[in-house]
Design a protein around this ligand. Structure first.
Ligand code: NAD
Length: 461
């Protein structure tokens, strides 16, 4: 059986399913191949969404224990029911999966269940419940990424796991060792710490959250340490093994670390298994990422790629933007992503959010800049909410005042960063932000004040 389409998308993560919907809106006859039963990719099944469900729930638990009493809320006997917590998390995932199914139907995207393999020009073979070969004018690869492993550490699917396992552990570990102080390690480390685990993070580099503005990262580390997370920096993990419910982690030049669970969170690598890339003439770089040009075209005519599989920031929203830009370019000749205004959010407590250049990057590039900083300690809404920690930092060009980067650590900054991203997309100056009226009392006033502080005219500091 063969069926022909204008566009066949491989992978139903945020890059793939969003691209398929947009392509259909633009009049392309579109099919979407996905081998997993659930749609939404890593982000929905075992990533962003389930981790946020657990972060929200564990935050409620911690608040009930540490903040309720001082506010006169008397609760007693609060305890954790992990099975129910996991059931709630899965319910969120299932509902959103159904939502994507509905969107595909509404937009007339044909969903095909199975594994897609490139088979020569415009041909793609699907192995699965109903094997089929599809013909397509264009093929879009959006197969995402999988967890990286380390030599000497083999995740056993139980005691030693990646983020996938750490989202479903059946009980709170007594002592959790996290390998890697990146985004995954700190988000999931936060979940299990709040639920009662002792958490030790082993990080190879001398700092946490590499790539993040170093002032924000230093502030984050201080706060996480106060919360009880232990960091061992400059720790190169050599091996981890488990036996009889215990794990032993070996760190180069240091004592063995014993624990009962290990979370391996040392990055992710492109997912390109059995895609038939080489046979189809699709080149990858030496780390396995598919190489594309500005229009997301691979080295093979008619084959495109977006999202984690092409490298860059491994973020669902970056993949979505690329998917949309790619199919708009195919359908209309135009499509563009502004990589300078892609926000990043880390959902720890406090949250961390960032867009544009870090202060470190500006220094390295020898770009002259001005800094405005405002602390949430002087923000009424943050005080009332009981979250006065953190600050907003606005970096603006020393001559033109154009905003070059905005970095935040504090309450709900994952939401506040949207303002900064929109401002940067519109080429705003710090004065533009400073002169916009922000409602009082809101956390967003901290963004306005930080923008005012660029010109040394903040009112509340
Ligand atoms: P990461 O790249 O953010 O961090 C991995 C860390 O592991 C680094 O700090 C690295 O130095 C360290 N490391 C590497 N080898 C080590 C060793 N032998 N011993 C000790 N430490 C070692 O990777 P991640 O946290 O696994 O996340 C993977 C990707 O997923 C990232 O690109 C991340 O941005 C993305 N992600 C994003 C979000 C979000 O946006 N909120 C959430 C989860 C994941």
């Amino acid at each position: 059986m063969a069926d022909s389409f204008d566009l066949v998308v491989v992978g139903a993560g945020p890059g793939g399913y969003v691209a398929a919907i947009r392509a259909s809106q633009l009049g392309l006859k579109t099919a979407l191949i996905e081998r997993e039963k659930q749609l939404g990719g890593t982000c929905l099944r075992v990533g962003c969404i389930p981790s946020k469900a657990l972060l929200e729930t564990s935050e409620l638990y911690e608040k009930s224990k540490k903040q309720f009493a001082e506010r006169g809320l008397v609760v007693s006997g609060i305890s954790v029911d992990i099975a129910q917590m996991m059931k709630h998390k899965q319910g969120v995932v299932n509902t959103l999966d159904m939502g994507i199914q509905g969107l595909l139907k509404k937009n007339k995207v044909e969903r095909i269940v199975g594994h897609g393999t490139l088979k020569g020009k415009g041909l793609i073979e699907v192995t699965g419940p109903t094997p089929v070969t599809l013909t397509a004018k264009s093929i879009l690869i959006a197969t995402g990424s999988v967890s990286s492993t380390l030599p000497g550490i083999e995740p056993d699917g139980d005691r030693i796991g990646t983020s996938t396992e750490a989202l479903s552990w059946p009980e709170v570990p007594k002592h959790l060792v996290v390998i890697g102080a990146g985004v995954i390690g700190l988000e999931l480390g936060t979940v299990w710490r709040r639920l009662g685990a002792e958490v030790t993070v082993l990080e190879y580099l001398p700092r946490i959250l590499p790539g993040l503005d170093s002032q924000i990262a230093a502030e984050a580390q201080k706060t996480f340490e106060k919360q009880g997370i232990k960091f061992k920096l400059g720790a190169k993990v050599k091996s981890a093994r488990s036996a009889a419910g215990r794990c032993v982690v070996e760190v180069e030049g240091a004592e063995l670390v014993e624990c009962d669970r290990v979370l391996l969170a040392v990055g992710r690598k492109p997912c390109t298994d059995q895609l038939g890339l080489a046979e189809a003439g699709v080149q990858t770089d030496k780390r396995g990422f598919i190489q594309v040009n500005a229009g997301y075209q691979t080295t093979a005519a008619g084959i495109y790629a977006v999202g984690d599989v092409i490298g860059g920031a491994m973020l669902a929203h970056k993949a979505e933007e690329e998917g949309i830009a790619c199919v708009e370019k195919i359908a209309t000749g135009y499509g563009h992503v502004n990589y300078g205004a892609i926000p990043g959010v880390i959902y720890t407590a406090p949250e961390i959010a960032t867009v544009g250049a870090s202060e470190d990057a500006l220094k390295e590039a020898d770009i002259k800049y001005k800094v405005g900083r405002f602390s949430f300690a002087a923000n009424g809404r943050a005080r009332a909410a009981g979250h006065p920690e953190g600050f907003v930092k606005v970096l603006a060009d020393a001559e033109t005042d154009r905003v070059l980067g905005v970095h935040m650590i504090g309450p709900h900054v994952g939401e506040l960063i949207a303002e900064a991203a929109v401002a940067m997309e519109f080429g705003a100056s710090s004065e533009d932000i400073a002169r916009c009226c922000h409602a009082h009392p809101t956390l967003s006033e901290a963004v306005k004040e930080a923008a005012m502080a660029v010109d040394k005219r903040a009112i509340h500091s």
